[in-house]
Ligand binder design. Structure first.
Ligand code: TNX
Length: 513
């Protein structure tokens, strides 16, 4: 026994079994396999420690993260040390079933503690998210609460269906500060989302400092929809965001939308316009009126510079080049543009992601198409999938978190229809688009466009409870897909959001307690 732990001698009677407030079956997203042990539970106590895999700094970091999650509400010290004793909370990188892969984990709750086993830190992180949901809801409170902190006994075996489970935040239409984005990162990480796509530039604003073209941010970032003051991230701030997301198991995908959705850039540099005249800044919500100048060489020097600086800020594999709604660019020009820009992404060592329209230009098969249509059929996307391109699914009528829930929703838009939680949940990404089989699907992403959203509470109202629905479609096996069961598990999240101060929409479709 380690000095300082509760001395429970081997062979001694088990600690008293408290009745847990939660069930092993209420986890969102649903795990692959759950095996409850009725009558068994573990209670986290004041002298508990968090032990992590000896010799692994990555496991240690997850342990520190777990401690930060659990300290405020419990008020316990929860020291983190390396060790393997199955007491308290133990995070191990040995002994996991190979099936769990890089992101999966096994979690075992005995009377003496919780052991999480994984093959990589990402799996330990996912296991910690599960543990969090097994503790009473008030664990999410930021101030000290009274226990007991009881976890139901049993085991979980879990790993994701798709390797890409994403959320997008549009920081261009309305600017969101680094702290606001970090807040969203924390919220989505709880549902095992592993990519955050940031829509960094659009007609209404340019939000990332580009040192070789400084007016993009200082002028192009100076407003937002409705005429507010906008803002931008310095490269230092952006790096801190990327690092923070990384500490939550999340890879950031930066998007610069091109060749349309570029008024902020065109307004910042007159020479980027075909007629050499800079348009005014724009604070409305129309789309499709702007285009980079396809025939000017400076356009490609500009894109090259932007992608180079962005690639240098991006540890992840993808740069998103937009490509949607280029209604002011002719089809041949659109192809000319993509044929020149996609190799620049490669030149800077990254893979291209784009809104699905760009697959018309026959990009290299390493490029990923993000489907945002409202139909279950798209010939160009099916043809791209047949050629070998992977597809990231964000069907607007299912996955767009900016769609109104119903006719009474004040925030949001409705062009893709109303989307209540059940609509968001009731589809199968592996069999959604005709000609795009599960093997061609990279995963799912829930985009949140912000024409009507201005602060974190707006973001939360639209994302919760639908973001967890999309996250579950990306993580959980299709065999667990069941609306009634999901709606009950979702109901158990309500008190957690309340305790955490997350502003969710209490949809009448969910049986909140
Ligand atoms: C369409 S979806 C857009 C965005 C809007 C969004 C609003 C897509 C790739 N483009 O420019 O913000 O609808 O829902």
């Amino acid at each position: 026994l380690l000095a300082g732990t509760t001395a429970v001698a081997v062979g001694a009677a088990s600690p008293a079994q408290a009745t847990p407030e939660t069930s092993l079956r209420q986890i969102v997203p649903a795990p692959v396999k759950v095996t409850p042990r009725p009558g068994v539970s573990y209670s986290l106590t004041a002298n508990a420690r968090i032990q992590t895999q000896p010799g692994s700094p990555d496991a240690r970091k997850v342990g520190e993260y777990a401690a930060e999650l659990l300290r405020p509400a419990t008020g316990y010290r929860l020291p983190v040390s390396s060790g393997v004793t199955p007491r308290g909370v133990t995070l191990l990188l040995v002994g996991a079933d190979p099936k769990v892969g890089k992101e999966g984990y096994q979690l075992d709750v005995t009377p003496w503690g919780v052991v999480i086993r994984a093959r990589a830190a990402a799996g330990l992180f996912a296991g910690v998210q599960t543990l969090r949901q097994l503790l009473p809801a008030k664990i999410e409170a930021k101030t000290k609460q009274s226990g007991p902190w009881t976890v139901p006994g049993g085991s979980v075996l879990d790993y994701p269906r798709f390797g890409h489970r994403g959320a997008m935040l549009d920081v261009a239409r309305h600017f969101f500060s680094v702290d606001e984005v970090k807040r969203y990162v924390d919220q989505i990480a709880a549902y095992k989302v592993n990519y955050l796509h940031l829509h960094l530039a659009d007609d209404q604003g340019w939000r990332i400092e580009i040192k070789s073209w400084p007016r993009l941010a200082t002028y192009g970032g100076s407003i937002e929809v409705g005429g507010g003051k906008g803002g931008y991230y310095t490269q230092e701030q952006y790096k801190s965001l990327v690092t923070y997301a990384g500490s939550r198991g999340i890879t950031v995908i930066p998007e610069i939308d091109m060749p349309g959705h570029t008024n902020a850039a065109l307004a910042s540099y007159a020479e980027l316009n075909c007629d050499g005249v800079a348009p005014p800044l724009y604070d409305g919500t129309e789309v499709g009126f702007s285009s980079l100048c396809i025939d000017k060489p400076i356009t490609y020097r500009f894109v090259d510079d932007v992608l180079r600086e962005l690639a240098a800020l991006t540890p992840g594999p993808f740069l998103h080049i937009g490509g949607d709604e280029a209604h002011s660019t002719t089809e041949p020009d659109f192809k000319t543009f993509m044929d020149k820009v996609l190799p620049l992404v490669k030149k800077h060592g990254k893979l291209a992601l784009g809104w699905h329209e760009f697959v018309k230009t026959n990009p290299a098969t390493s490029a990923v198409a993000q489907y945002w249509g409202t139909d279950t059929e798209d010939a160009d996307v099916a043809a791209a999938a047949a050629r070998g391109n992977k597809v990231l699914l964000s069907p607007a009528s299912k996955a767009y978190l900016d769609m109104k829930y119903d006719e009474n929703t004040e925030l949001g838009l409705d062009w893709a229809g109303y989307t209540d939680v059940q609509d968001a949940y009731d589809w199968n990404p592996g069999a959604y688009l005709k000609g795009v089989p599960e093997s061609a699907v990279r995963g799912v992403e829930a985009p949140l466009w912000t024409e009507t959203l201005d602060e974190s509470s707006d973001v939360e109202q639209m994302a919760f409870p639908r973001l967890p629905a999309i996250a579950e479609l990306g993580w959980s096996p299709q065999s667990t897909h069941d609306w009634t069961d999901f709606s009950k598990r979702l109901a158990a999240q309500g008190p957690r959001w309340q305790a955490a101060g997350v502003n969710y929409y209490a949809s009448p479709q969910v049986p909140w307690g």
